[in-house]
Structures are given as C-alpha cells and as structure tokens.
Design a protein around this ligand. Structure first.
Ligand code: GLN
Length: 283
C-alpha cells in the first residue's frame, strides 16, 4: 500500500512524541502542511492521498530536525506575524505572537500621527526580520519606516521581507549599534530589544538558546542595558509629541518605567501579552 498523508502524519507525531516534543501533533501538522504548501485544513482534507517518496523523505528529514529541538518555523524558514509572512535568517529573532501586542498598541498612535501630519516617521531599533516595523507600515499607508540593526544579515533579511510584503518603497535599513549612526528625529521609536539577563540566557529552552541569535536575547547583567541606551538617546531623536514603544520582559515594567522617567518621559500606556504578563510600555 502506498504511504498516505495520514500515515506519515501519525508516524511524524509519534516520532516527535518519542523525542519529548511538547505539542508533537501540532508541530507535525504545521511542518507537513508547510513543506507541502498546504493549509492545515487542506492537509486534513487530503489525509487519504498518497505521498511521493521524495516528499516523504523531505518530511522525515524535517521531523528529525524538529526532534533535535530546532523550532518549526526555523525549519520552514519563515513565519507569520501580524498577518504578514517573514523570512527568518540565522541572525534574526523569530517573531513571537506576544510581540503582536506591541504592534497592536502602536497602530493607533501611528494612524493618529499620520492623520495629523500627513506622514509618520518611525524607527525600529534592532529590527531583525523587520516584523514590527513592517507590520506598522502595513497598518498606515502614510507611514515610513527605518529598521536599524548591527547585523548586515538581519538588514538584508528585513529588506527582503519588505519586498515580499509590498512595503519596500516605504522601508529603509540602517546599520547601527543602537543609536550610534542614527540621525534626525522620528515620530515613533519602537524596539523589542534583547532583555534577558546574561546569566539566564543559558537556561532558555533549546529552541531559543540554540536557534535565536544571542545578540537578540542577552540584555546584559540585569537585562536592562539596551533600555538604558534607548532612554538616554531617545529624547534627541524624538519629535515633540513623539512616542516610544517597547517590548519588555515580564518583570521589567517598574525598572524600565523608572529608567525612562529619569530621562523626563511619561508612561502613556502599558499592556499585557497573551499570557497575562506585562509586555509593552508606551512613553
Ligand atoms: N521574548 C523572547 C523570548 O521568549 C525574548 C526576546 C527579547 O529578549 N527581546 O526569549
């Protein structure tokens, strides 16, 4: 009997379970549908169809990578964020659903500024895949965005993601170590900086520790190094009535608020992520 999608799905799920992967069944479905270019519903509907030996081999190879704790979307090479699709690369953090909260919080500000001024200039510090900046540009036609990163590989990835989402004409990249080469003023400064304490980075789950770039995770001894840098420089690069939007670690709301208040900023809003943790601050 030829192998069917259903039998390969069951085999894959069992292999991932045996490897101790939580959510083995979901991961198997995402990997197989992603590799075959099917939706999850499409995969279920075609369960009885035969799989070619080539496809079966590709799927088994991907399942082995997942069994070795490589994240699903790293294996597929791209993932969805806020309705757009982003290619991932070695030096980019995988966009997280929790970060969509930051985008959702900032969209009203971007639209309000764009409506008032006819445009809105935003800058995303440490843009990685470009996910935050590009999702904001997609939400407001008058917005223009700059993505900074210290990694050329990340900037190339962000530019490619701008192109594939039809946003390249409003997006530019800038190689910079945080504010080092940034000039001019912006209506919105946004960042999901590295904010994990150096001593904790080594304890993160293997999917994060070995597959997300350390430079996107490690926020120094107390995890606050980059917030300090942003708080110190943001004032010089912000328009009057401009806004700073930040993702933060679950226990950093008070410390980060204090850093920004010490520089004369006012907390406008904070928000929690899908898990009920403090995740977003707007100054
Ligand atoms: N939220 C990320 C994690 O789960 C950390 C991202 C960051 O440091 N900005 O590891």
């Amino acid at each position: 009997m030829p192998e069917t999608l259903d039998s390969l799905l069951a085999e894959s799920r069992d292999r991932l379970k045996e490897a101790g992967i939580e959510g083995a069944a979901i991961d198997a479905r995402h990997l197989i549908s992603g590799l075959l270019g099917l939706s999850l519903a499409g995969l279920m509907a075609r369960g009885g169809e035969p799989v070619s030996p080539q496809d079966a081999a590709r799927i088994r190879a991907a399942i082995e990578r997942r069994a070795a704790r490589e994240p699903v979307y790293r294996i597929l090479g791209e993932r969805e964020f806020h309705g757009l699709t982003f290619r991932l690369s070695k030096e980019t953090l995988e966009p997280r659903p929790d970060t969509e909260t930051l985008v959702d919080c900032l969209i009203p500000y971007v639209r309000r500024i764009a409506a008032r001024k006819g445009c809105c200039r935003l800058i995303d510090m440490g843009t990685g895949t470009g996910a935050i900046c590009l999702a904001l540009l997609a939400a407001a036609l008058e917005a223009r965005g700059f993505g900074t990163d210290i990694s050329e590989d990340a900037l190339a990835t962000a530019r490619e993601n701008a192109k594939r989402n039809g946003l390249a004409d409003r997006f530019q990249t800038l190689r910079s170590d945080w504010f080092e080469t940034v000039e001019g003023r912006f209506d919105i400064i946004v960042s999901n900086p590295p904010y994990i304490r150096s001593s904790v980075v080594g304890e993160l789950e293997p999917e994060v520790r070995y597959h997300d770039p350390a430079a996107a995770l490690d926020g120094g001894n107390d995890g606050l190094d980059v917030y300090r840098a942003i708080a110190q420089h943001a004032g010089r690069h912000l328009e009057t009535d401009g806004v700073v939007g930040l993702e933060i670690g679950f226990d950093q709301k008070h410390a980060v608020t204090a850093l920004f208040q010490a520089q004369g900023f006012r907390l406008l809003e904070s928000a929690m992520d899908l898990g009920g943790n403090d995740r977003v601050l707007i100054f």
